[in-house]
Design a protein around this ligand. Structure first.
Ligand code: FES
Length: 116
């Protein structure tokens, strides 16, 4: 079995973002949004940096009717991002400025709180 030493370390990050790539979110465009999300984070040098984001694609996160679903931890914020413009708003607002983007929020778990 191949083994790379890099596969033994946790990448630096302040937040982990989980974008749903389950079947219903894919049908709503989440795979294209993944590319936009990566591009926007790279613009801000926020991928796998100490103040940045560890990006993870997931299967169904369950509130399919509200998708495409994107969650941000440890802030426990659940978002719906429908197009490139909303992805940019999410990146600029929550993932760079550290502020909840209220108009995209579909829910939040008690105990989560962004830095700002
Ligand atoms: S497929 Fe994304 S929440 Fe179910």
């Amino acid at each position: 079995m191949p083994s790379d030493p890099a596969w033994s370390s946790i990448p630096p990050h302040a937040r982990q973002v989980f974008l749903c790539t389950g079947p219903r979110c894919v049908a709503r465009g989440s795979l294209a949004l993944w590319k936009t999300l990566r591009r926007e984070l790279l613009k801000h040098d926020r991928i796998e940096t100490p103040e940045g984001v560890l990006l993870t694609r997931t299967g169904c996160q369950f509130p399919c009717n509200l998708g495409p679903v994107l969650t941000v931890y440890p802030d426990a914020c659940w978002y719906r991002v429908r197009d490139d413009q909303e992805v940019k708003q999410l990146v600029d607002g929550h993932l760079v400025a550290g502020a909840v983007v209220a108009h995209l929020l579909i829910g939040a778990r008690a105990g989560g709180s962004p830095d700002a």
